[in-house]
Ligand binder design. Sequence first.
Ligand code: MN
Length: 186
Amino acid sequence: MEIPPHKLALHRRPFYVKLHDARGYLHYDLRLEFERVLLSWALPKGMSYDPGVRCDAIEVEDHRREYGAFEGVHESGTIMLWDRGMWEPHSECVDVSACLRKGVLRFTLYGEKLKGGWMLTRTRSSQNTRTVWKISKEPDSFARSKDARSILEEAPYSVSTGRTLEEIERDWGQGQGKGKSGPTLF
Ligand code: MN
């Protein structure tokens, strides 16, 4: 089924990528807003623009969408808003729930760091009872070769404040954000 571009735009929703230092367990979190929640995966090694690299994406609980843009110190550790933008399922995945059930979700990211087509594929393996997916880049004009610099190294700072995790933690300790109740995050 071909869907014209102006109709596809209706399926754009916010996405967020966090960098999360969970007391020494440094990982990224991918959050795709869908049906009033944030579908969430923990990415222990982030993601790669090289289509040949498939990174683990560990399925975790849906998160509240109010906390999509949160940056600061939470009881689970220090959290940076690493990237943000809109995501849009590819035409065959406009029924997002059906694609999630099937275990293959293809989508475009319109982020400040992450762009172009990406794919989440569910595997049969699990870690601590959690389902493991793989995230990989589609081979489009945004893709990079395996020798290209990693986006994680090229653009390591907060997309909203330009800070490092250390700076976010230091600023928090100096009062910024103190007294706010922490969201439930993994
Ligand atoms: Mn996390």
